[in-house]
Design a protein around this ligand. Structure first.
Ligand code: GLA
Length: 366
């Protein structure tokens, strides 16, 4: 297709986390993959220094002066855009004017990182317009910083790393302390199924920040830099030092880090039943110890987890609503998808959105 000069489209995927929940901000391990659903940002250069953006998600169109220093304080979707632009401004980049139209097939507030997709998508737009690129890790960190400062969510690095660094047909293992990544091939023996509970979460509402504070308090009381530094072997001799609730939060993180490493080993060995058992254990831990699941997610995981050909099912993302993820037998994936839809409809009383996805590459110019 021919394209006028100065026009291009950025594709920014959402992500689903296979395992490793609420471990990223504890310097731990995570294993997300980028998914087929995401955002498309159709961009056209324009003279001057203004950015005009519109989204099919509704919300007011944005008119941002790229030449004036941008400060936090917006409450609309423009906060993500402004946060990313501000990051580039601080680096001294000059950003040419542009117009952008955003379309999405990713539920917002659905736990699939719609905000990271927007941040990394906009960062990719800025790089393309400026004709230079950041190191991918620096780019992901700039986007994470935008989320902290402009959206007020003290998120870890998982989402922005996944949306930036993912590779086709691979999951992305991240050591959130060293920031080293490894691409883990998933192959065709298994498929990834996503089930949207339809319960909208808002991580800015306080539950996420409260969990993060509990973890930091637990690490401090245990005299460690982060919960990453507590092993599951020494945990039984340390847990008496914490109050009941902090103890449960810490136990989730400590055991979840072990599960991520065991899942990675199982995936590398093609031992999908073992990987599935780890997902089930992860869900139970998030439900009982970390308390970030909800009734609908529990019903979905229970209903889908019973189906023949499903290795494991768990809630995914920050929680308090959003999506569940299941690892299913690859050759039977389409029929399992249909059965999962019916089983969830019976459990919930309404049919949730269910879709299969392969792993896709991180944000890119199409
Ligand atoms: C949200 C955050 C991530 C991570 C997950 C929970 O998606 O943005 O950084 O903490 O919750 O695993």
């Amino acid at each position: 297709m021919s394209r006028a000069p100065g026009q291009f489209t950025v594709v920014a995927p959402g992500r689903v986390n296979l395992i490793g929940e609420h471990t990223d901000y504890n310097d731990g391990f995570v294993l997300p993959q980028a998914i087929e659903r995401g955002l498309r940002i159709a961009v056209c250069r324009r003279p001057g220094s203004r950015a005009l953006l519109a989204s099919d998600r509704g919300g007011p169109p944005l008119d941002i002066d790229l030449g004036a220093p941008l400060l936090a304080g917006r409450t609309d979707w423009g906060r993500y855009v402004a946060g990313v632009v501000a990051g580039f401004q601080r680096l001294g980049w000059t950003i040419p004017g542009f117009e952008a139209r955003i379309t999405a097939d990713l539920p917002s507030g659905g736990g699939l990182s719609s905000s990271a997709a927007l941040e990394v998508g906009i960062a990719t737009v800025v790089e393309t317009l400026a004709g230079q690129a950041l190191d991918p890790v620096a780019k992901a960190l700039l986007c994470q910083h935008a989320e902290h400062e402009f959206a007020g969510v003290p998120c870890g690095i998982m989402d922005q790393f996944a949306v930036t660094l993912a590779r086709r047909d691979h999951a992305l293992f991240i050591d959130c302390r060293s920031r080293e990544v490894a691409h883990v091939p998933l192959g065709t023996e298994v498929a990834v199924l996503v089930i949207d509970s339809g319960v909208k979460h808002a991580l800015g509402d306080g539950g996420y920040a409260a969990r993060r504070r509990d973890c930091e308090t637990a690490a401090r009381l245990l005299g460690r830099k982060a919960l990453r530094d507590v092993s599951s072997i020494e945990w039984p001799s340390l847990e008496h030092r914490l109050r009941e609730q902090e103890g449960r939060r810490a136990r989730h993180v400590i055991t979840e880090n072990d599960r991520v490493l065991a899942f990675k080993a199982a995936a590398e060995a093609g031992d999908w039943p073992a990987a599935g058992r780890l997902m089930r254990a992860s869900h139970a831990s998030l439900r009982d110890d970390f308390e970030v699941s909800c009734r609908e997610l529990d019903l979905i995981c229970d209903a889908v987890g019973r189906l023949d050909g499903v290795f494991g099912c768990r809630m995914t993302g920050g929680g308090f609503g959003g999506c569940a993820v299941a690892l299913v037998d690859g050759p039977r994936a389409s029929s399992i998808e249909a059965l999962a839809r019916t089983a969830c409809a019976a459990a919930l009383g309404h049919a949730p959105e269910v879709f299969l996805t392969t792993g896709v590459p991180g944000a890119r110019v199409e």
